[in-house]
Write a protein that binds this ligand. Structure first.
Ligand SMILES: Nc1ncnc2c1ncn2[C@@H]1O[C@H](COP(=O)(O)OP(=O)(O)OP(=O)(O)O)[C@@H](O)[C@H]1O
Ligand code: SF4
Ligand SMILES: [Mg+2]
Length: 322
């Protein structure tokens, strides 16, 4: 299980190009989340809500400024270099733009085999076994052994994403991070890649953190959904009910929002009101300026979270849904 325990991540930025004054961006603020083996947890929220920062914490690219996370028996506070290597063996990653992380001079075989080569000291693959594994995964993602010697520029966007998925799965990890894996693709290709991921999930049984802006997709692909707003998780619930029976006003607003059909826009949601800045954010609920249920106490401090699975604060609850 992956478990984030009250994780916060702050970035220090300069006020302006010529200013020495430092401002703090609260990219993640006291976030707790569990991902169970075999479970797909969808992560949704507007641009800048902290989704990728959460993913980067789990990948070990950022150190939490407060809180910690556990991964099976590892604890981020006490992990040694070798432990991080073992963790990465169990964690495949697919980003939005696959080409940016692939060497254009490498063959597909080398690109997909890279995770095996990097960890060759820990793994007992000989050359033949390595090639067999690469071909197995390549075929599972809908490409073929005939593609092994080709370079990345010979493939379409959808095929490149298949190669990226093959590379993420080559070590048969138990967990995947999928950070907007289809949002850069044409709509016709998006469905193909999603179906492929669903098929691979059946075959390999991985768990995943699935980051997306698309609520209909997250509902279809995830078991559970966590909704983020300005560095906080405001509600988690099973994917089948979260948008129909939303408890938190932000989730309700998302569920009612008009989806922007232009998939090339960064944000799909069109909610009324401005998202507040995560820089030097005032105390209180960050959703207060846009919330229809706002009360005086919301402005003073962030409300306590309930122990319930739907982590909405008690006075945010939609009594009809509860
Ligand atoms: N390295 C960094 N330095 C400074 N600020 C950062 C850094 N990385 C992220 N941030 C800030 O932290 C906040 C959360 O960013 P993050 O990339 O996690 O959001 P996101 O939900 O993934 O957004 P998107 O949907 O646009 O990908 C944003 O305000 C962002 O500007
Ligand atoms: S704490 Fe208050 S402002 Fe924030 S979501 Fe709940 S009701 Fe709305
Ligand atoms: Mg992101």
């Amino acid at each position: 299980m992956i478990s984030l325990k009250s994780v916060s991540k702050f970035f220090s930025i300069k006020r302006g190009m010529f200013s020495r004054e430092k401002l703090t961006v609260k990219a993640l603020n006291d976030v707790s989340l569990d991902v169970n083996p075999g479970e797909i947890v969808g992560l949704v929220g507007e641009s800048g809500s902290g989704k990728s920062t959460l993913a980067r914490i789990v990948m070990g690219l950022y150190k939490p400024d407060a809180g910690y996370f556990t991964f099976e028996n590892f604890d981020s506070r006490t992990m040694k270099r070798g432990d991080w290597q073992k963790l990465r063996q169990e964690l495949g990653v697919v980003f939005q733009d696959p080409a940016s992380s692939m060497n254009p001079w490498m063959t597909v075989e080398k690109i997909i085999a890279e995770p095996i080569v990097i960890r060759k000291k820990n793994l007992s693959f000989d050359k033949m076994q390595r090639r067999d594994r690469v071909v197995e995964i390549l075929e599972a993602t809908g490409l073929s052994a005939a593609d092994l010697g080709k370079k990345i520029h010979e493939f379409s966007g959808g095929q490149r994403q298949r190669i990226a998925i093959a590379r993420a799965l080559v070590l048969k990890p138990r967990y995947l991070i999928l950070d907007e894996p289809i949002s850069a693709l044409d709509v016709s290709i998006q469905a193909q890649i999603l179906n492929l991921l669903a098929e691979l999930k059946k075959q390999y049984g991985f768990a995943a953190i699935f980051i997306t802006h698309d609520l209909s997709i997250v509902r279809w692909f995830s078991d559970r959904v966590a909704v983020m707003y300005l560095g906080r998780i405001v509600e988690t619930a099973p994917a089948g009910v979260i948008f129909e029976k939303s408890r938190h006003p932000y989730t309700q607003a998302l569920a009612l929002s008009k989806l922007d059909m232009d998939v090339h826009k960064r944000d799909f949601y069109t909610l009324p009101g401005e998202i507040p800045s995560p820089v030097n954010a005032p105390p209180g609920c960050p959703f207060a300026p846009r919330c229809t249920r706002v009360q005086a106490e919301c402005q003073r401090a962030f409300p306590p979270l309930s122990q319930n699975d739907a982590m909405a604060a008690f006075h945010c609850f939609n009594p009809v849904a509860a």
